[in-house]
Ligand binder design. Sequence first.
Ligand code: SME
Length: 377
Amino acid sequence: MAENISERLKNIDTVIFDMDGTLYDTESIYRDGWLSAGVPLELYLTFIGTSSTYIHETLTEHGFNPEQVVADKTAYTANELAKGIPLKDGAQTILVWLKERGFKTAIATSSSIATAERYLAESGMAEYFDRIVSGNRLERGKPHPDIFLMAAKELGSQPEKCMVIEDSFNGVRAGHAAGMFTVMIPDLIEPDEEIRGLADVVLTTLAAVPDLMDTDKAPADYEMLAQQVRSLAESEPHWLPVMANTAAALFEAMDNINWAGFYIADEKDGSLMLGPFQGKTACIRIARGKGVCGTALLKDEVLVVPDVHRFPGHIACDSASRSEIVLPVHFNGRPVAVLDIDSPVSARFTQRDREGLERIVRVLEESADLSGCLTVV
Ligand code: SME
């Protein structure tokens, strides 16, 4: 990392989030709302991250009846949002991580405070924010820096101590103009050359922000661990010793974890049975779709849980566990086991951990003989 980037990151005490498209996966719902109200895509794209005054004026200039268009768009989005306010990938990870470490946090949005409060309440995220700042009543919206400067002032911070996280071009311009460390996480539009130049960093997910901010942390060397798993499997491909040694290698190499191991799937009823592991004695059977492990198997998805107390149906084997990651392991394209790792620290598992562990699971799938998993339970 460039010297001045890590120096600037060390000073940060406040993180200011844009809301739509950054924290919430709502931008695509709004887009579809504008399209259904007759606004062409190119025109809608100029609306992202601007104020309602700007949108109103632009619609008028293009010969639309702004009141009618806004009413149609609002009806569409209200219907969609009634189904739930979808969080962006990694949102919980970064919010739990920041809260645990005492950072000040704000939402700075061009939407109204009432909308922000509703989203936060419905998604259970209100406790993670110290302030909501709306650009609604500001004369100059993004790309002007005013909203971010106001957020910093309200939180008693200075611009050089603030990080802005944004998905829109105008948001990045505003963060840069405010003199703040600006992270872009693109949502609907990839950055062009101008925006790449203005953003200090471009990331793909909020779950990668802790990796960026944790400048002192020496992460586990996942590439080396993957090679270790490959050579273990080459000497004896049977799934049992490979999984046993993989659990041991991970338990030793990763800091801040209290459990690492495997559960093996039972083909008959879709439950999981305890396999090789390191850590405290654990529950032997997990029913289909239960707990983090059973859910990951059922959905055949990697699950990163930044706060296990917020995961409905989490099974607490060790009461010290605060966060968890579960990755399905496949044989012939079907999930036959899961790798489960627990940590006593909230939001322990970041994007870097997820990608590193995904790599290890791939190596295990490629090099170990997992056929025996199908008949063992
Ligand atoms: N927490 C897991 C159960 C397994 S233990 O963490 C080892 C779950 O909720 O599935």
